[in-house]
Design a protein around this ligand. Structure first.
Ligand code: BDR
Ligand code: CA
Length: 321
């Protein structure tokens, strides 16, 4: 049976990759996409979401527009790392007539929770605002999902400050409320592992040579991220954080998880920092989440590439061997 999922996101190059991977894998049933401000303002991330669904020929999947402002009623700073349009300057290439649904993302999430029978896995690959707003309206909301898989936080690093990752930093209060809301299971996939799966220049070049609509799209949208990493860190790699959430759903053995108690710093110098207490050592043994400690990078690439480019499977396997 297919796994029903909803992705709440801020597309965003790596959100786009997460959606594409979900749509290309036979095991996954993407029920809906919700958008939030993040890798661009809300109009921008919403437009990108519509374009990605059209690019994949899945205009039938509904898209719900969500929160433009955080829980503090301010629009968080958006991320410049993926270019002005959030898709590496390449969004204009995809045309779409697809429209958003009339219902707001928060109302949709509340309704989806009620109709879910506890079977839906919820993904958060952007700031947690929509999900936190849903929880504020219905305390039972978390219990109505099978689990929450969130790209956010980190134990040992940050990308907005020495200690804070963007999604948690953008709306830290939302992240804090979501982590502590009582989901049956939360898997927190943070920078500690997502930094390790960044797309290297060699594999990106192979995508260019595959020369399909999708491979060209991924090649082009990842250019700005790769250049930014080269300029700032002398590393020719493009960020792909969010895609690891869907890869984990498809094959759990890609990640090594550790039970942990995870909280988020809502303000001050540590704003957005995730405090990861492995084993609940400082919390009387209580754990509210699973923390992604390690990733099998080779296994990830095999899954990611052979799922999205099935027609090039042999070449991919030969290259990865
Ligand atoms: C996260 O921030 C966004 O820019 C990415 O899409 C990802 O979800 C990484 O910190
Ligand atoms: Ca994202």
């Amino acid at each position: 049976m297919k796994i029903p999922i909803i992705i709440d996101c801020d597309p965003g190059v790596d959100d786009a990759l997460a959606i594409i991977l979900a749509l290309r894998h036979p095991k996954v049933d993407l029920k809906a996409v919700c958008t939030v401000t993040g890798n661009g303002d809300l109009e921008n991330t919403t437009k990108n979401g519509l374009k990605i669904l059209s690019l994949c020929g899945r205009e039938d999947i509904p898209l719900y527009k969500g929160s433009g402002k955080g829980l503090d009623d301010k629009q968080p700073d958006t991320v410049p790392a993926f270019g002005d349009d959030g898709l590496g300057g390449y969004a204009h290439v995809v045309q779409t007539d697809k429209q958003i649904e009339q219902e707001n993302a928060v109302d949709f999430l509340l309704r989806a929770a009620d109709e879910s029978n506890g079977e839906i896995t919820l993904f958060a690959t952007g700031p947690c605002t929509n999900i936190a707003r849903a929880i504020r309206k219905d305390k039972e909301f978390p219990k109505k999902f099978k689990k929450l898989i969130v790209m956010g936080g980190a134990k040992y690093t940050g990308n907005m400050s020495p200690v804070a990752e963007y999604n948690f930093w953008a709306d830290p209060l939302a992240a804090k409320e979501v982590m502590n809301a009582g989901f049956h299971e939360i898997v927190m996939i943070g920078l500690d592992v997502t930094n390790k799966i960044a797309l290297g220049a060699d594999i990106r070049e192979i995508l260019r040579m595959f020369d399909t609509d999708l491979s060209r799209f991924i090649y082009n949208i990842t250019r700005v991220g790769l250049e930014e990493n080269w300029e700032t860190r002398r590393k020719p790699v493009a960020p792909m954080h969010d895609v690891l959430t869907v890869a984990y759903l498809i094959d759990e053995s890609i990640l090594t998880l550790k039970k942990a108690n995870i909280d988020v710093v809502a303000e001050g110098i540590g704003r957005g920092q995730s405090i990861v207490d492995i084993g609940g050592h400082w919390s009387d043994g209580n754990c509210n989440a699973l923390y992604a400690a390690e990733v099998d990078v080779e296994k990830f690439y095999k899954l990611f590439l052979t799922t999205i480019f099935k027609e090039n499977e042999q070449e991919i396997l030969e290259y990865l061997r």
